[in-house]
Design a protein around this ligand. Structure first.
Ligand code: HAM
Length: 426
């Protein structure tokens, strides 16, 4: 019995087709990020666990981080998120960087979560952040970046909604129902679970935190109030800015959006799809004005979000929005090998064509031509080149255009131009 060694639980293998999808998403992310003037950057994949202990929150640090002791005895984490690294990098060069800093990144992250639809232990995230300004219009810009990405991949407003709230507004609403400052983080956590738990379970959790029945019903009233944003000048400005950018259809106020991470201080947002059965957030982010100081820098405000590759890929697949042909063999030109003697000539022809900017596969074996043509078929080659003794004698090659069903004997020195004309003409 054959027994292939299994991959690590919660990781994904990227065969060329899946890699094609990932690369397409990365490319779209790059285009959108650059269209708003953001620069690409990257941080190490390993960080000290202390970096996250500063402000990411209990769950991420205690339960979800992949941690190991290095040989010197230091606790090292495989990064579960990027924002603390971003704060660290900016803090290190705070005096030199010109603000606002607009940076984006795409790379791997690890969280020890229960693998399920939309959740893996190894995933990729697009992070995009602006630091150095604290205006609702900056918050709106980040939300607009997310909406623009959705537009680019064909997710129209009926297929995705960005839900927005503000922690400052929620803070004052919680005070109004008598929730004390020291309880606020617990209650934010409770709100974050409002849609993740059954109502009865959620209510029991609320009471276990020490909330009175009156406070629980007061909290429910707050969470169901879709007009609450009108009390917040910041949120009004966020919605105005989004309207000016023509993106009102993508956004909606929702008091239940609070975010699980501890460092958020203002606007918070998450995107969901009302279609299909993927209930997980597509992306999430918000304003964090204390994180720089928390990692040892001078105070500096920031806002940003991250989108994982898992949920967005599932969603785009379920809506049939992934372009066809991703991850296919890139070369459309196959140079065949007539016999062992002419092998060097085939290799030379392939090299000449590549030097002319064409993507070319040279068959790696002097086997039957029929088998080589079949291979060409399988990789959907457009052009197949044969260089046998007859062609070699007159310094030529036979160029078959499989799409047009034609063939032509051409001087080797003119082959590249001839093929380029064929490809352009089609
Ligand atoms: P987050 O909400 O923890 O935020 O993660 C953002 C996104 O990453 C999620 O919406 C989801 O798409 C993806 N994600 C997270 N965990 C997993 C997982 N186990 N499997 C698959 N996808 C996952 C943050 O990470 C913040 N640092 C975002 C941020 C940037 N805030 C400000 N700037």
């Amino acid at each position: 019995m054959r027994k292939v060694i299994q991959p690590v639980k919660g990781t994904r293998d990227f065969y060329p087709e899946e890699m094609g999808i990932r690369t397409w998403i990365y490319q779209t992310i790059r285009n959108v990020s650059e269209s708003f003037g953001y620069q690409e950057w990257e941080a190490p994949l390993l960080e000290t666990l202390d970096l996250y202990a500063a402000k990411s929150g209990e769950e991420l640090v205690q339960e979800q981080s992949f941690v190991f002791l290095d040989r010197g005895g230091d606790k090292i984490a495989l990064r579960p998120e990027l924002t603390p690294s971003l704060a660290r990098l900016v803090a290190q060069r705070q005096a030199q960087l010109s603000v606002p800093v607009r940076w984006w990144s795409f790379g791997p992250f690890w969280r020890y979560e229960r693998p399920q639809k939309g959740r893996t232990r190894e995933f990729f995230q697009w992070n995009i952040d602006m630091l150095g300004v604290n205006t609702p219009e900056a918050d709106a810009e980040l939300i607009a970046v997310a909406a623009t990405f959705f537009q680019k991949v064909g997710l129209t407003p009926d297929k995705v909604t960005i839900l927005i709230n503000d922690r400052r507004l929620m803070d004052s609403e919680l005070s109004a129902i008598g929730i004390l400052a020291e309880k606020k983080n617990d209650v934010f956590n409770l709100i974050d679970r409002r849609n993740k738990l059954q109502y009865a379970e959620w209510q029991t959790y609320a009471l276990s935190l020490g909330l009175s029945e009156t406070q629980v019903s007061g909290l429910n009233e707050i969470l169901d109030n879709s007009e609450l944003w009108r009390k917040s000048t910041e949120l009004s400005r966020v919605f105005n800015a989004l309207s000016a950018m023509g993106l009102s259809d993508y956004v909606q106020y929702d008091a239940k959006i609070i975010r699980g991470l501890l460092y958020y201080t203002g606007t918070v947002f998450e995107a969901f799809s009302p279609t299909g059965d993927i209930r997980r957030a597509i992306c999430g982010g918000g304003r964090y004005d204390n994180l720089l100081a928390d990692v040892g820098g001078d105070p500096m405000p920031g806002v940003g979000f991250a989108m994982g590759d898992v949920v967005i890929t599932l969603l785009l697949q379920s809506l049939d929005l992934i372009p066809t042909g991703l991850g296919k063999v890139p070369a459309k030109i196959l140079v065949t090998v007539f016999d062992q003697e002419s092998f060097p000539a085939s290799l030379e022809i392939a090299k000449e064509l590549r030097q002319n900017g064409l993507d070319v596969i040279c068959y790696p074996e002097a086997t039957k031509l029929g088998k080589q043509f079949k291979f060409g078929d399988r990789i959907s080659a457009r052009i197949v080149i044969v260089s046998g003794p007859d062609e070699m004698k007159i310094g030529s090659v036979t160029i078959k255009d499989l799409e047009a069903g034609t063939q032509q004997v051409i001087l080797r020195s003119e082959a590249a131009k001839y093929i380029k004309d064929l490809l352009i003409g089609s």
